[in-house]
Design a protein around this ligand. Structure first.
Ligand SMILES: CC(C)(COP(=O)(O)OP(=O)(O)OC[C@H]1O[C@@H](n2cnc3c(N)ncnc32)[C@H](O)[C@@H]1OP(=O)(O)O)[C@@H](O)C(=O)NCCC(=O)NCCS
Length: 352
């Protein structure tokens, strides 16, 4: 049995910077409100038609592949995490394979949802295949094109100010047993699935809607096409929904829990940790987690100030930046942790 190491990492961030002041021109909000509640100062948003989540992923992947010292054709498995894929189907995995020109090897491409936890979920999946020796060069990416799917009017301000576009990728390879990924833990609780959700377009056909439960849902008018209905468009039901405070309260409980689980399993304490790279959900959430775990500032990685929340892309983007800034070195003990829609959450403990 092998362990799994992160052999290469790369990121792609769109060029266009959207500051909080830019948002003040689009909706009733303020730089002060956004900074105080989220820590975000700016984010990057794609121009229409400029890129997609799969093309951004290809750019991030090329850097990760180069750092790992391999060629694209050496990749033997693609795992792609996103909530903003190019198409309803097929998934982004095959699109990435195409953009990278991996044509001869007919490798498998797996698509992962799991929103903000998508990267950590993907890491656990990849780890199983590397450990058993089935694959030797797995490309794991997280990429999001949020700006094309959010409500940028005042009505959507509780969500739209938080999210940014971008992509991050890693190449995973086998390594010695005492190095690389030491343990992973992934979890979910679907009882609160709608609390952070984008239900439409979707194939639920009104099943979860209140008016359906009360018998008011008229199947004859909405049948057979349910994916995008006139009602969804008229009532602006196509945008993401979030009960922010419930998300906040659950996140600050689950992040420390799953980080401690990783450390306990491997026999370490927070004192042993060189760096925690959390999913960049909200700077206030990360600061809360830091306080609860008694971590020093130099043990936490934050870059949400520049990018906003990039969901599945946030951890691989942060890994790439932490490496660029010399904040992760060989031998360091690093914790990756995520929490998000589903709810889903998870952690990975890595000896670099
Ligand atoms: C989203 C979040 C910042 C909102 O902060 P909050 O303190 O909970 O704010 P509330 O939603 O209670 O709203 C407070 C007020 O601010 C207003 N508001 C919401 N968004 C605003 C914005 N962008 N600008 C200005 N005002 C805003 C609300 O309308 C509300 O006004 P009211 O009191 O007149 O009704 C916070 O709940 C949060 O960070 N939650 C977690 C979100 C997250 O991390 N999601 C991703 C998980 S992976």
């Amino acid at each position: 049995m092998y362990n799994t190491k992160i052999a290469g990492a790369g990121k792609f961030i769109p060029e266009k910077v959207v500051t909080n002041q830019d948002l003040e021109k689009l909706m009733e909000t303020s730089d002060q409100w956004i900074r105080e509640r989220t820590g975000i100062e700016e984010r990057h948003w794609l121009r229409r038609g400029e890129e997609t989540s799969s093309t951004m992923a290809a750019k991030a992947s090329k850097d990760a592949i180069k750092m790992a010292g391999i060629e694209a054709e050496d990749i033997d498995f693609i795992i792609f995490a996103t909530l903003s894929p190019d198409f309803f189907f097929p998934g982004n995995g095959v699109m990435l394979q195409r953009h990278l020109g991996i044509t001869k090897t007919e490798i498998p491409a797996l698509d992962i949802r799991n929103q903000c936890s998508g990267f950590v979920y993907g890491l656990e999946v990849a780890d199983q295949f590397i450990k058993t020796g089935k694959y030797k060069n797995i490309l794991l990416v997280g990429a999001e094109y949020h700006s094309g799917g959010i409500d940028i009017s005042t009505r959507g301000r509780g969500i739209s100010v938080l999210f940014g576009d971008g992509a991050g990728a890693v190449v995973l390879q086998p390594t010695d047993k005492d190095k690389g990924i030491l343990t992973t833990h992934i979890h979910s609780d679907g009882s609160q699935a709608e609390i952070l959700s984008a239900k439409n377009p979707g194939m639920h056909g009104g099943y979860y809607d209140e008016d359906h439960k009360e018998g008011g849902y008229d199947v004859s008018t909405d049948h057979p096409f349910v994916l995008v209905t006139d009602k969804m468009m008229e009532d602006s039901l196509i945008y993401p929904f979030m009960e922010g405070q419930t998300v906040f309260k659950t996140a600050v409980r689950k992040f420390p829990e799953v980080i401690k689980k990783a450390l306990d399993t491997a026999g370490y304490t927070t004192n042993d940790v060189n760096l925690v790279i959390p999913h960049q959900a909200n700077l206030r959430i990360s600061q809360f987690v830091q306080k609860l775990l008694h971590l020093r500032d130099d043990q936490m990685f934050n870059n949400i100030q520049k990018y906003g929340n990039t969901t599945a892309a946030s951890i691989p983007i942060a890994i790439t930046e932490a490496l660029e800034q010399g904040r992760v070195k060989e031998g360091d003990l690093v914790v990756l942790a995520a929490f998000g829609s589903g709810f889903t959450w998870g952690s990975a403990l890595v000896r670099w």
